[in-house]
Design a binder for this molecule. Structure first.
Ligand code: NCD
Ligand code: ZN
Length: 335
């Protein structure tokens, strides 16, 4: 099977040595990705976006790949600032304060009036808002509890494109058809695993992430919209590398590293469920092009049903399914 111009609409590339070590695992097989801004400190200025993009370009070497840059949302952003940074970014990412890795500077409370100046300016400038939609409630209920905040934002800012990032629940899936301006990214791991895989037997730190994987019925709801390539959903890996010692420790960091095998796993998943290459193409590129209005670089990935042994680590980062065999391999990448 062949995929054209795959896009990863939610990716953590990190910085420094980690960026240099892992950037090519995405840049080799994807045409582009939305790059998350949760660095330390977070990316909040035009200078920081431009400098981070330069470091990414340097880290990917001669791979052909577009980093679609984002800013870390702050309610103080005004129209003058946003206009000045518009050409450097593709979206802005909003984190609730302290909800996940490096999100301490995020939003507390979701007072529409407090958010109005920034979100109206984004709406006018046509800058999509990507949201990590979790409250600080009970861990299994955080995303479902956030649904009322999505409803409030979608209603108050009807022209703002709002992307519900890495959705994990049926509740979020149901919102897609209720609000015209709500869209979603879905990861490969949330299509494959439930909480049972993380903690039902021996604890699996490499499957631990935010939002935590949920129930089988939630996964089924995600699978349905992904496999039919519902036009409001798109692939976003949320591949989030952490050093092995930060995962295999007392106090495991949240994040699953999937970038190097995401396309192989998607090919296997769509094949196993009898969905078509056309649907996978839409899920992994076409829908995102329409939603974001981006035109990615040409890149053709050939995948074959041929076992691939997943490496035990990529420069010190342990991937999902390390040392296991998966059914599809990438046999060619052409530009
Ligand atoms: C992400 C990370 O490590 O930056 N972790 C995760 O569990 N997904 C942050 C995020 O997207 O929540
Ligand atoms: Zn993320």
């Amino acid at each position: 099977m062949q995929l054209n111009a795959p896009l990863d609409m939610h990716l953590h590339l990190r910085d420094g040595e980690m960026l240099e070590n892992i950037a090519k695992t995405s840049a080799h097989t994807f045409s582009g990705a939305i790059i998350m801004p949760n660095l330390v400190p977070p990316v909040t200025t035009k200078e920081a976006v431009v400098a981070y993009k330069d470091r990414i370009i340097k880290a990917i070497g001669d791979e052909k790949f577009t980093p679609y840059m984002t800013l870390f949302f702050n309610p103080s952003y005004d129209k003058t600032f946003l206009s000045s940074v518009r050409d450097e970014i593709t979206a802005i990412k909003l984190y609730p304060a302290g909800i996940t890795t490096n999100s301490e500077g995020g939003v507390s409370g979701f007072d529409v009036e407090e958010l109005r100046p920034a979100l109206e300016a984004m709406s006018e400038l046509n800058i999509p808002l990507c949201v990590h939609g979790e409250t600080n409630g009970f861990v299994m209920d955080r995303e479902a509890e956030f649904a009322s905040i999505y409803e409030r934002l979608a209603t108050a800012f009807p022209k703002l494109t709002i992307i519900m990032e890495h959705i994990t629940t049926k509740t979020s899936v149901d919102l897609l058809d209720r609000f015209e301006n709500l869209y979603a990214t879905i990861t490969i791991h949330h299509l494959l695993i439930t909480l049972d895989d993380v903690a039902g037997g021996m604890l699996k730190p490499h499957l631990f992430c935010k939002p935590i994987a949920k129930r089988p019925e939630d996964r089924d709801a995600l699978l349905k919209v992904a496999l039919e390539a519902h036009p409001k959903v798109m692939f976003g890996s949320d591949s989030a590398p952490h050093p092995q010692h930060a995962k295999e420790s007392c106090g495991c960091a949240a994040g699953v590293f999937t970038a190097p095998i995401a396309l192989q796993l998607l090919a296997e998943l769509f094949d196993t469920h009898g969905s078509s290459v056309e649907k996978l193409q839409a899920f992994v590129s076409g829908n995102a092009q329409t939603i974001y209005g981006v035109t990615p670089l040409n890149k053709t990935i050939t995948l074959e049903k041929k076992p691939f042994k997943v490496p035990s680590n990529y420069k010190g980062v342990v991937p999902i399914y390390a040392d296991e065999e998966i059914a599809y391999s990438i046999t060619n990448v052409s530009i």
